[in-house]
Design a protein around this ligand. Structure first.
Ligand code: 8X3
Length: 257
């Protein structure tokens, strides 16, 4: 029997990158998939391949995690057979800009703080009570090596990931006495549209980020997420810090050539 047979796995920001790869990885393990993203079209496109990969049921919905009342309503309004969430992957997140803090556009900060911190908090707030009530559940937050060492021109992005690290640690403490697990999966550089989003579509600048380096792929991170979620129920993996072989921490890279 597949590891996640009969379990509901909820992934935010599932339309691309790590979220998409995680959906496919859980589909292969037989999970029922509850997926949301700001754009519905890529989720619609993904639906068939998830079924092909082995997911017995997929439920998708449009959600911007930055909007608290919409998050609350969407989770409260889930169909009965999707309400019992076993695994929550708080993946939705983004970076905007790479600039000196004192010169940066504050709009960039709003988007990162509202998505990476507040969005994660809202989803967690409305999903975790059900996990506690049912006596089962696992929250997996997407962190970053940026939480551990701040890099140049990335003060606010790094701060949002440092906040995610504190939130994951605090949530684990608050869940003591319950069987609900908390994990922060903290990758370094991953080849997704992360840099394209950061540079607002500037493909040339985004491509330079991954130049002369072998970055992690979204599937590498998805693999770690499924691994932490498939440990025995009494095992809580707190953090997975992972980078490509060409990265030592958030500031040290081995660029060839
Ligand atoms: C993503 C890692 O170092 O590219 O969180 O910002 S980094």
């Amino acid at each position: 029997m597949a590891t996640f047979h009969g379990q509901n796995v909820f992934i935010t920001g599932a339309s691309s990158g790590i979220g998409r790869a995680t959906a496919i990885a859980f589909a292969r393990e037989g999970a029922r998939l509850l997926l949301c993203a700001r754009n519905l079209a890529p989720l619609e496109e993904l639906r068939e391949s998830l079924a092909d990969a082995g997911s017995p049921a997929v439920h998708i919905f449009q959600l911007d995690v930055q909007k608290r009342s919409e998050v609350e309503a969407a989770i409260a309004g889930l169909p009965a057979d999707w309400k019992d969430i076993d695994v929550l992957v708080n993946n939705a997140g983004l970076s905007r800009g790479l600039a000196k803090l004192y010169e940066d556009d504050p709009q960039n900060w709003e988007e990162m703080i509202d998505t990476n911190i507040k969005g994660l908090l809202y989803v967690t707030r409305y999903v975790v009570p059900g996990m506690v009530a049912r006596g089962r559940g696992h929250v997996i937050n997407l962190g970053s090596t940026a939480a551990y060492i701040t890099y140049a021109n990335g003060a606010v992005y790094c701060a949002t990931k440092a906040a995610e690290k504190s939130i994951s640690e605090g949530l684990k403490i608050d869940l003591m006495g319950t069987p609900v697990r908390v994990t922060s999966v903290d990758p370094g550089m991953v080849e997704t549209n992360f840099s394209k989003v950061r540079f607002r579509g500037d493909e040339e600048r985004a491509a330079k980020v991954y130049q002369n380096i072998t970055p992690l792929q979204p599937e590498d991170v998805a693999d770690a997420i499924v691994w932490v979620a498939s440990r025995p129920a009494h095992v809580n993996i707190h953090n997975v810090v992972m980078t490509t072989i060409d990265q030592a921490n958030s500031t040290v890279f081995n660029r060839r050539g």
